[in-house]
Write a new protein. Structure first.
Length: 199
C-alpha cells in the first residue's frame, strides 16, 4: 500500500482568527460602507455597522473546513442617508423630496382621500407623509426622524372603524337569539328531572 502526502503542495492553514488586524494574524476586520459620500456616518450602511472577519488580501493561506466566519452588527442612529423619497415625491436639486403637483392636498400631501378612509376604517388613524420613507431593510434607530406622522381620525370615522357593519349584524343576531330563544331554553330546563337532594 502506498500513501502520498500532498500537504506540502498546498498553502498553509490561516492563523490568528482570534486576533484579526494584528501583524501576526492572517485575518483583518472589514466593514462595507460608502465612505460617507451619501451622508452616512461611522461606517454605517443601511442603519447598521456590520464588521466581518476576512482573510487579508495579500495573505496566501486557506481557512480550513472548521473555520466559522464571525459577523458583528451594531445599530446606528438614523441620518438622512437612511431615507429615500416616498411614493408620489421626487428628489429636488437640493437633495430633498418634493411632492408631485398632481397629488398635493390641503393636509400636507399625505394620504389621499381613499387611503385615509381605508386606514381610518381599518385602524382608526391615518398617516401624513413628510415626503420620505426609510429605505427597505434599513435598521437604524433614533436620530433623524422623517417617518410619516400618525394622525387620529375624527370621531365619526373612529366609531365607524370600531363598530363595523359586520359587528352590528353579529350583535343583532346574538340579541335576537337570546330574546326569542329564552322561552325554549326555559321549557327545556323545566322538562329536566329534579335531582334528588340526597345525592
Amino acid at each position: 500500500m502506498i500513501s502520498l502526502d500532498f500537504s506540502g503542495l498546498h498553502e498553509p492553514k490561516c492563523k490568528g482568527v482570534d486576533s484579526p488586524g494584528k501583524e501576526s494574524s492572517d485575518f483583518e476586520l472589514w466593514s462595507p460602507h460608502d465612505d460617507g459620500r451619501h451622508g452616512s456616518n461611522n461606517k454605517c450602511f443601511l442603519g447598521q455597522q456590520v464588521t466581518y472577519i476576512r482573510r487579508k488580501q495579500d495573505t496566501e493561506c486557506f481557512n480550513g473546513e472548521d473555520f466559522e466566519r464571525t459577523t458583528m452588527r451594531v445599530s446606528c442612529l438614523c441620518t438622512d442617508a437612511d431615507y429615500e423619497c416616498d411614493v408620489n415625491y421626487v428628489k429636488n436639486l437640493g437633495g430633498g423630496c418634493d411632492p408631485l403637483p398632481e397629488v398635493k392636498d390641503s393636509e400636507g400631501f399625505g394620504a389621499t382621500g381613499m387611503d385615509k378612509e381605508m386606514d381610518c376604517a381599518a385602524e382608526g388613524f391615518y398617516y401624513i407623509s413628510q415626503g420620505y420613507r426609510k429605505i427597505p431593510g434599513d435598521r437604524c434607530y433614533g436620530g433623524v426622524q422623517k417617518d410619516p406622522h400618525r394622525k387620529p381620525c375624527n370621531g365619526i370615522a373612529l366609531i365607524t372603524s370600531v363598530v363595523s357593519f359586520k359587528t352590528i349584524v353579529l350583535g343583532a343576531i346574538v340579541v335576537a337569539c337570546a330574546y326569542y330563544g329564552w322561552p325554549i331554553i326555559e321549557a327545556i330546563l323545566l322538562m329536566l328531572p329534579i335531582p334528588d337532594p340526597k345525592f
